[in-house]
Design a protein around this ligand. Structure first.
Ligand SMILES: Cc1ncc(COP(=O)(O)O)c(C=O)c1O
Length: 500
């Protein structure tokens, strides 16, 4: 059997008087204890490690045997020696005496390694267990088979041609864009796409950009990092208040017209027209974030703004909600006079996104797999949304719900003077994760109390779980109640009237 050789960095000091075997044992044990070698991970073969360290193989064999006996490693015939899946409780040992303290910092657990709460209403994420893995694997195989080896060279920084063409066709068909494949630029998610466009706008003299309030805090940070000053513009249940935008001196605006994030409002037709008219008159650029427009349940689809003004609108889309955030696929459709600068900025950023994944995405789109996946998942998400809205209506009947017609999350108002942070904290104590809306506002201290509840990740068959969780949430809201003292911010008003 062919054995893989795994690299392992072990500091061994010669001429210090400490036997080399003990050094190997000590360093390996420390690596396991510090989590630098994860449970179950394979070690190099004794032959390979001995060669790497310039030691005799017998010495490494002895070191491995010692650590197997101590329970740090496990060995099975015919396969690599591995780190044991459960770690022994470290006991003081003789050869540890006088040891200098380890300089290896404990590993910070990744978010998906933290213990999962009983129920997590995390907004902004799809259910990744629904990812069409087989279809994606087929598309990857097809991409590799068709393209290699030329596909392995540096790609066009804007994205490989088949992917730009397939995306333009998909967007024109499903989002009513007017996308010239030569104006499409593939990026590493919305995050990079927006950052690149903002850098280009900054280089062209734009200093201030309007953003929706409430809006997405991470995105605001990215825009600031691109050197732009942010000017918040309020949002109500008809989307961004365009009359307020019209009074500002800004060169661009970032909007979520199909499904405002986080209120879920749809930008009403009169405001869409006013926004486009403002951009034309001011020669301003609209950044259209079309992040989850594919998920709509009980309303007619609304096309992208880009289709109405391709010379004023930068369209930004992402696979993060439709498929999975881990793909890090995003795309831009850019006005003609910005294309060269955006392509150049993408080239400087990273020489282009990974080409094989782009080719796979093209194959996936052309085979109709995205449409199939969306048809299947829309039904599932709709069921989850129905379960959540029914439970909210039952247990929190006085609290208005916003943005339920589309997307993967909703927003629910809390009683006017209820302490949002306290509700979030008490829910966490009861093993339930809910998300306060204040963090999405330019002035969190003046935000009306509300919760953002994602239902994308709430598994089917958990309808009872959703019902129980909302019943508990309602108890918490009642317990927290409204303080007796007069409100700190008497001007606060609910986000909207609760219209869907
Ligand atoms: C409002 C909004 N836009 C866009 C995105 C997609 O971002 P990305 O493509 O960088 O994952 C998200 C993801 O959470 C989002 O919430």
């Amino acid at each position: 059997m062919k054995r893989t050789t795994f690299d392992l960095l072990l500091p061994i000091a010669r001429g210090r008087g400490e036997p080399l075997r003990l050094q190997v044992i000590r360093e390996l044990r420390a690596a396991v204890q510090a989590g630098r070698l994860a449970p179950g991970s394979p070690l190099p073969s004794t032959r390979a490690l001995a060669a790497d360290l310039g030691l005799s193989r017998g010495l490494v064999v002895e070191a491995y045997e010692q650590l197997v006996a101590e329970g740090y490693l496990s060995a099975q015939r015919g396969s690599a020696t591995r780190v044991a899946s459960s770690r022994p409780v470290p006991a003081p040992r003789r050869e540890l005496a006088g040891r200098r303290p380890s300089t290896t910092r404990p590993r910070t657990p990744a978010p998906n390694e933290l213990p999962a709460p009983r129920i997590d209403f995390r907004p902004g994420v799809p259910d990744v267990s629904l990812f069409p893995a087989r279809a994606w694997a087929r598309a990857l195989r097809r991409a590799f088979g068709a393209g290699a080896p030329s596909a392995l060279d540096y790609p066009d920084p804007a994205g490989v041609a088949p992917a730009r063409h397939a995306l333009a066709a998909y967007l024109d068909r499903s989002r009513a864009t007017v996308a010239d494949p030569e104006h499409v630029v593939l990026c590493t998610g919305f995050a990079q796409a927006a950052r690149i466009v903002c850098e280009v706008l900054r280089a062209r003299g734009v200093r201030r950009i309007a953003v929706e309030d409430p809006g997405h805090a991470d995105q605001c940070a990215d825009l600031r990092a691109a050197g732009l000053q942010l000017v918040p513009v309020p949002v109500d249940d008809r989307g961004i208040v365009v009359e307020r935008l019209q009074r500002l001196d800004v060169g661009a605006v970032l909007v979520t017209p199909a499904h405002q994030y986080p209120t879920g409002a749809l930008l009403e037709p009169a405001r869409r027209a006013a926004l486009l008219e403002w951009a034309a008159r001011r020669r301003a650029i609209i950044l259209e974030d079309d992040y989850d427009a594919e998920y709509r349940y009980d309303r007619e689809p609304v096309g992208a703004l880009q289709g109405l003004a391709p010379d004023r609108v930068v369209y930004i889309g992402s696979a993060s909600k439709m498929l999975a955030p881990a793909l890090r696929q995003g795309w831009l459709v850019v006005p003609a006079d910005l294309v060269d600068d955006v392509r150049q900025a993408k080239h400087s950023a990273d020489r282009g996104s990974p080409a094989l994944e782009q080719l796979a995405f093209a194959a996936f789109l052309e085979a109709g797999e995205l449409d199939r996946h969306l048809r299947r998942t829309r039904v599932i998400y709709r069921r989850r949304r129905d379960a959540l809205t029914a439970a909210l209506a039952k247990y929190l009947p006085g609290c208005a719900i916003h943005g339920v017609a589309a997307g993967l999350h909703l927003l629910v108002d809390l009683p006017r003077r209820c302490n949002e942070a306290r509700v979030v904290a008490l829910a966490a104590e009861r093993d339930m994760r809910v998300y306060g809306a204040a963090a999405y506002f330019a002035r969190p201290d003046a935000a009306p109390p509300a919760l953002l509840l994602g239902y994308g990740g709430l598994r089917d068959g958990e309808t009872d779980g959703i019902d129980r969780a909302v019943a508990e949430l309602a108890r918490i809201v009642r317990d927290v109640g409204a303080p007796r003292r007069s409100p700190a911010h008497p001007s606060r008003t609910p986000l909207a009237s609760g219209r869907r």
